[in-house]
Design a binder for this molecule. Sequence first.
Ligand code: HEC
Ligand code: HEC
Ligand code: HEC
Ligand code: HEC
Ligand code: HEC
Length: 263
Amino acid sequence: MMMRRLFTGLIVVFVIAMGCGAVQAEDTVCITCHSAMEGKYGEPVKLWKGSIHEENGIACNACHGGDPKDAPNAMKKERGFLGAPKYNEVPSFCGRCHVGVLKDYLASGHGRALAAGGPNCVICHGSHQIVKASLELINEKSCSRCHSYERAKLIKAAMQETEGNIVAIDGRISGYKQTGTDVEKMEKELFATRNRFHSLFHNVDVKKVTDESAGIKADLKKIENSLTTLDEQKGRRKLAGAIAVALALVAGLLVHLLRKTYE
Ligand code: HEC
Ligand code: HEC
Ligand code: HEC
Ligand code: HEC
Ligand code: HEC
């Protein structure tokens, strides 16, 4: 009885704690006021809902600054409000959190051409409806707005094969994980390699992608080899199991025959 009450109490505390977390993200004065507005001032709330930033608790004020708890002063400069960034300011605006991407971007053909009409982050990702990044972002419609699709196509082709390898290896590792095999080391290696791979794009440098892809593929090959070793061990265990069963059957038969002979 005592235990059950304690347990129920714990669940209540847990639910309240969860509830508070949820209220905090949704209950900023930014969202309350802006979701009641029309047009370009209300639209960001709808677009942001369901974005990867919402999923990770990055609300309006995380990007735009300001005071999310004090409606009359929410958008005051003194409360850290930054407003909406101008076209050229967007990369450093996003780059406060995406430091590595910003560095690669600024050094790239796109970053160097920013003042002359090169694409900023939101040209490719959007500003409020941002979702998990993938190679789908490289497509003819998006990439031929300013130049031909040729170089974009080369980068995509160079990245696609490696992307396919990563997905396949991930699937094999998950399979072993489900059967309780220790695959932690492989998981870590894949995670690091995948990060290295995903940071390749913003350089928009076909040669760099091709050169680095060779190293990345070699690292993936090592993980694949470890998986193949596991496959073989599993195969051998199965064979050993089958032989053991066969031997047991033969032994049983012999015992049976011997018994018959002496009866
Ligand atoms: C009481 C209502 C209200 C609250 C609270 C509020 N806003 Fe606003 N916001 C507005 C209105 C009205 C405008 C358009 C006119 C203006 O810029 O003042 C606006 C404009 C903006 C803009 C566009 C500015 C530009 O330069 O175009 C951004 C970005 C913004 N708000 C973000 C926020 C954030 C972040 C918060 C919370 C920290 C917030 N707002 C809280 C009413 C509100
Ligand atoms: C990931 C960062 C990020 C988050 C989170 C974010 N914004 Fe923005 N917002 C931007 C950027 C970048 C721009 C400027 C570029 C653009 O207009 O697309 C912008 C522009 C705006 C504008 C000006 C739109 C216009 O057309 O003038 C408003 C208003 C605004 N945001 C409100 C909000 C509100 C409200 C939220 C929360 C629901 C929010 N933003 C969340 C990055 C963000
Ligand atoms: C020309 C289009 C383009 C521009 C400009 C661009 N991105 Fe990306 N971004 C992509 C593509 C394509 C991917 C996916 C690459 C992949 O799947 O390996 C990506 C991936 C990402 C990722 C996830 C991968 C990682 O390395 O964490 C983040 C975060 C990101 N971009 C942020 C930004 C920011 C911030 C900026 C501006 C400084 C920016 N992007 C500018 C196209 C672009
Ligand atoms: C206040 C910090 C912050 C700001 C500012 C910010 N982001 Fe993010 N962003 C995050 C976090 C946290 C995540 C989720 C974790 C992750 O995937 O890195 C994320 C995820 C992303 C992803 C998906 C990454 C993936 O793994 O596929 C993209 C793309 C992205 N952000 C682009 C942008 C762009 C473009 C801007 C500017 C308009 C921006 N972010 C501004 C914190 C921020
Ligand atoms: C808003 C305009 C714009 C968009 C959209 C755009 N680019 Fe670019 N891109 C440029 C400019 C400007 C340059 C630099 C001048 C040049 O090399 O043509 C450039 C250069 C490049 C280069 C050569 C870089 C180098 O260092 O040689 C590649 C590759 C490239 N872009 C790929 C892409 C891909 C992939 C996309 C779509 C995800 C894309 N671009 C979308 C404007 C754009």
